[in-house]
Structures are given as structure tokens and as C-alpha cells.
Design a protein around this ligand. Structure first.
Ligand SMILES: [Zn+2]
Length: 556
């Protein structure tokens, strides 16, 4: 008996081939028939009528931080309902394995600082039983509803081998050999590659351990990746075009020397540095022409950041006095914000020489006073005889820091620049940062936004091409041979959606984190069913199911 039949669909198979009408038959978690008609007499446990809908391979998100969330929410909500059936996590040098018990507290602090995840996402939210990578994967098996392709983080690798010296110095030859052995064990267990970072800072605002590695260390680790043809993921110095270009060259050397794919994320476009993307892409093209595999990851979503003064948002990183005060305990922070001298110091720091442009365009997004919502700080400040920074502090104090502000379109927002970039054959669509920065923006729905903004509205990609770029292409780039296409014999990861409606919903705050913590989420529009390894895991009609069919996507 068949497990599932999807009838009357328009099949977009992930290869970029034109959509064609037909049915899908699924048995034992695999695609048994793709296209044509499944006989009406065929016995199936479940049938989905997809008339007028697209059936496509499940979407693959190559840049997420669902590491902690997967342990208390194996469905990675709400990413799954947007059609994402495979995620890469362990990005940006941070993974929860391999990690000795004595380093857990330190690693959690780094996660909180870098990825803006609250204490409650870790503390008491799950039972931490593993140290090695294989045991970590055992902890995921049977509890995830989507497939996972985990990276091993360079930072915990260094901490394991070098202990307290991990963020003090370069590694010695014997330490490099120990890291190689450790990475080899991770790959044997099922890791999809290694992640490292050149920009991130720990909770003391000191560089993370991976940033202390010299070339010899990275080269040696990439030699191990080369034994399996596995991925190196890097966070480059994205704020500097020159340094990013140098990183492209470095990744190209590593790719050519060791025969590995490499990817760097993020690559942002911004009106402030209009030649950033053209210069980086020109260098990528040169290196690809040499045979290097260097994949820039580009997100679909513009950069919108929400925050309240209740938390130390990364929005304030370039304002050290603000950032320092916002990191303080609540009562102390409120007292300082209310202190006349401190208030003046904060305003001077944000608005040097009376230049109020920094906060002027920010809007109030949530307030107990509905008349404030949607208005800019410039308008409110003018009414109240203060400056935008002063208004931000006053409004926050009046509501016990409960007011949320929105910094919209901080970059990467011009569709006439982003559309052609996403369509570029050298660009890897990704960098959602799913599961991170959860109190700054909703990282979900970037795939819906790809279809609504860049397929339907802008016409920069055909539907088939957009599907290809988030299915078979990431599967090929990351070495996931069972995923990314609707083809007989492959794993049955399928998303059924309405091509006229698929989009991301409005961003909204919810309190569904462990301990009642807040995060921003978005619902999916137009997605109707999501199937992982042949099992329905979510449908628009019935919501989430109890199924946990996710596997380690590298085949481990
Ligand atoms: Zn990241």
C-alpha cells in the first residue's frame, strides 16, 4: 500500500524544468512515482488533492541557528510551515557539539551574545547529555520533524582541544592535529562540514575562539574536509568590502587546495556602500572561473530590526555607551536612564553635534498608547520638545521599557538590486539566520518572500528557477544527494503551495519561548501542506502533526 498520493498537482521538480501536470506516489518515505497518473484503484493511506497547486521539493535553508530550539521544539516552528524541510545549523563557528560539559556555560553565553537568544532557550529547556558529535546527533534522532544537516563549529572544536587558551592564541602543531582528529570524528558521525567566523564577539565583547586561528590551522582543518569533500562556512568581515574580497580569495585557495565547497554569509547590499556587492561578486566570478567553489549566501529579506530598551539589541553595537547600559540588570538600567546626566550623555553619544538623524526615522511599533504606534521618533520628539534619542528614552521609561521600536529597511531593501542578485547563478540563496536574533526580527518566511517579491511582483526569477535555487541547488552545494528534487527513488520531501498566494505573513511578537519568553514570528501564506520523508508534518487545514520523520540529511 502507498503511504501518500498527491494528485492533480503542477509538478515543479526542483531541476528548473518547466512545471508539468501529474501525480506523486510515495511509499516507505521515498518517491515511487513522479508525474503521470497514479491509478485511481491504487491503495493509499492518505491522498491530497493538489488541483491548481504546485508540488515542489521541500525547501532547504542553509543558514540557521536552530541548535537549541531543535532540542525543545523538534519542528523548528514556524520554519516548517513555510515549507522548509531541511536545515543546516551549527553556523558561524557555533555548535552544541563537540563540547565538553565544562564549556557549556561559556558556549551558551556566546550563543546569547552573538545570536541574541535568551537564557531560557538553553537553561533548563532541554537535557544536555552529550559531549561528542555522534551523541549529539543521537539526541536529535527521533525528535525532529525536519531533516538536519549540522555543521561542527570551529569555536567549540578549539575549546575542546585548547581549553582556556582557545581565545588567547594560535594553536600549536599537536593541537592542530588534535582538532583534525576531532573534526574527522564529527564528519564520520554525520556533520555536513565546518563553520568558522571572523567577526563575532563573545559575551565580554572579545573575539570568539575561531578568530584566533592562523592560516595553518584553517588549512589543516580544510584538509580534513577535503577527505570527504565537505563544506566550509565562514562569516566574513561583511562591513568591509576590501576584507571580504580578501576572504573570497582565501576561500578560493582552500577550495582549490582541498577540493571543497565553501560559502560565506551574509553578503548584504546597501545604498550606503553601493559598490560592495558588485566588487565582491566580480571577485567571486574570477575565482569560480579558476575552478574554485565559493558561494556567497544572500538573503531575500530586507534588514528590519525591532527592539526595546529592555534588551541589549545588536542595533546598539556601534553605540558603546548605550550598549553597555542596555546590558545592565533591569533596575539599574531604569535608574540610569532616568538620571539626568546619563540621559544627556546617551543623547550626545547618539546625536553628536546635534545631528539627530540616527534615530529620527525609527517608528514606534508596539506601545500601550495606541496613538503612538507607527509614528516616527522625529515627529514625537518635535511635539515634546526633545530629540529622537530623548523621545526614545522618555517613551521607554513611561512604559517600564515595554515600548518596541522598528528600524525598517536598514539595508538590503532595494528590489531592483536584490532581484538580479538572487537570480545570479553564482549566488546561493540563504542566510535566513533562522532561530537567531529572535527578539530583533522574524527570520521565517524568506522563501515565501522570494516568491511574492521576486517571482510574482518583480519577475526576476521564474517560479521553476526560484524553486531550483532553494531545493536542488543547495542540495548539490552541500552534498545532500537524497534531497532537493522530485525524482523517483529520492526521499519524499514535498511542499504543496499556491503559486499565486505564497508569501510571508506579517511579523508579530509571541510569547512561546521556554519560560514564556518573547520572540518575533511570521505565519506562512499560501503553503498548504508539508511532507518530510513521506509523512505529513504540517498542513494549513490541520496544523502540526505528531510525526517526527526528520533524519540527518548527510545520510549518517
Ligand atoms: Zn549565523
Amino acid at each position: 500500500m502507498l503511504d501518500l498520493v498527491i494528485r492533480n498537482a503542477r509538478i515543479v521538480d526542483g531541476t528548473g524544468a518547466p512545471a508539468r501536470p501529474g501525480d506523486l506516489a510515495i511509499e516507505g518515505g521515498r518517491l515511487r512515482q513522479v508525474g503521470g497518473q497514479v491509478p485511481a484503484s491504487a491503495d493509499a493511506r492518505r491522498t491530497i488533492d493538489a488541483a491548481g497547486r504546485i508540488a515542489a521539493p521541500g525547501f532547504i535553508d542553509p543558514h540557521t541557528h536552530f541548535d537549541a530550539q531543535l532540542l525543545w521544539d523538534g519542528q523548528a516552528r514556524p520554519a516548517l510551515e513555510h515549507g522548509v524541510t531541511t536545515i543546516v545549523h551549527g553556523n558561524c563557528s557555533l555548535s552544541l557539539a563537540p563540547l565538553k560539559a565544562e564549556h557549556r556555560a561559556k558556549l551558551v553565553k556566546m550563543f546569547q551574545q552573538i545570536e541574541e537568544m535568551p537564557d531560557a532557550a538553553f537553561e533548563g529547556a532541554f537535557e544536555w547529555r552529550w559531549e561528542g558529535f555522534a551523541d549529539y546527533l543521537e539526541a536529535l534522532r527521533g525528535r525532529v520533524a525536519l531533516n538536519v544537516a549540522p555543521l561542527a563549529g570551529h569555536t567549540p572544536l578549539r575549546m575542546w582541544v585548547m581549553g582556556d587558551d582557545a581565545n588567547k592564541r594560535a594553536a600549536k602543531p599537536d593541537e592542530i592535529r588534535a582538532m583534525q582528529d576531532l573534526l574527522r570524528a564529527c564528519l564520520d558521525a554525520g556533520a555536513v562540514g565546518l563553520s568558522t567566523s571572523y567577526v563575532d564577539m563573545d559575551e565580554n565583547l572579545a573575539p570568539v575562539p575561531s578568530r584566533y586561528a592562523h592560516w595553518e590551522e584553517l588549512d589543516a582543518l580544510c584538509a580534513v574536509l577535503g577527505e570527504r569533500g565537505r563544506m566550509l562556512q565562514v562569516v566574513p568581515e561583511f562591513y568591509s568590502t576590501d576584507v571580504t574580497v580578501a576572504r573570497v580569495d582565501q576561500l578560493a585557495e582552500l577550495s582549490l587546495r582541498h577540493g571543497i565547497p565553501t560559502t560565506f554569509s551574509p553578503l548584504f547590499d546597501s545604498a550606503a556602500v553601493p559598490d560592495n556587492v558588485p566588487r565582491v561578486m566580480a571577485r567571486v566570478a574570477e575565482q569560480v572561473a579558476r575552478g574554485a567553489r565559493v558561494w556567497p549566501q544572500v538573503q531575500t529579506r530586507p534588514i528590519d530590526i525591532s527592539f526595546s530598551l529592555d534588551m541589549a539589541s545588536l542595533y546598539f553595537v556601534q553605540l558603546p555607551m548605550w550598549y553597555m547600559i542596555l546590558r545592565m540588570p533591569r533596575a539599574q538600567k531604569i535608574a540610569l536612564l532616568g538620571n539626568e546626566g546619563t540621559r544627556k550623555g546617551l543623547i550626545d553619544a547618539a546625536e553628536p553635534n546635534g545631528d539627530t538623524s540616527r534615530f529620527a526615522r525609527l517608528r514606534v511599533r508596539d506601545s500601550a498608547d495606541a496613538s503612538l504606534i507607527g509614528r516616527t521618533l522625529a515627529e514625537i520628539a518635535a511635539e515634546r520638545g526633545t530629540t529622537p534619542a530623548g523621545a526614545m528614552i522618555d517613551l521607554s521609561l513611561a512604559e517600564d521599557l515595554g515600548v518596541h521600536f522598528l528600524a525598517a529597511a536598514m539595508g538590503h531593501e532595494d528590489p531592483t538590486r536584490i532581484g538580479p542578485l538572487l537570480a545570479n547563478e553564482l549566488v546561493h540563496i540563504g542566510a535566513s539566520d533562522g532561530g537567531a536574533h529572535i527578539q530583533s526580527f522574524a527570520t521565517y518566511g524568506d522563501t515565501g518572500y522570494l516568491f511574492s517579491e521576486f517571482v510574482r511582483k518583480g519577475g526576476y526569477l521564474s517560479l521553476e528557477e526560484a524553486v531550483r535555487k532553494i531545493t536542488s541547488e543547495p542540495a548539490r552545494i552541500w552534498g545532500l544527494p537524497e534531497r532537493g528534487e522530485l525524482r523517483e527513488g529520492l526521499a519524499a520531501d514535498v511542499v504543496v503551495f499556491d503559486p499565486e498566494r505564497i508569501a510571508r505573513g506579517e511579523e508579530r511578537p509571541v510569547r512561546d519561548m521556554p519560560g514564556g519568553g518573547m520572540r518575533y514570528v511570521r505565519a506562512a501564506h499560501g503553503v498548504e501542506g508539508v511532507v518530510v520523508n513521506g509523512e505529513v508534518v504540517w498542513s494549513a487545514a490541520d496544523g502540526y502533526t505528531d510525526a517526527r520523520p526528520g533524519v540527518i540529511a548527510t545520510g549518517a
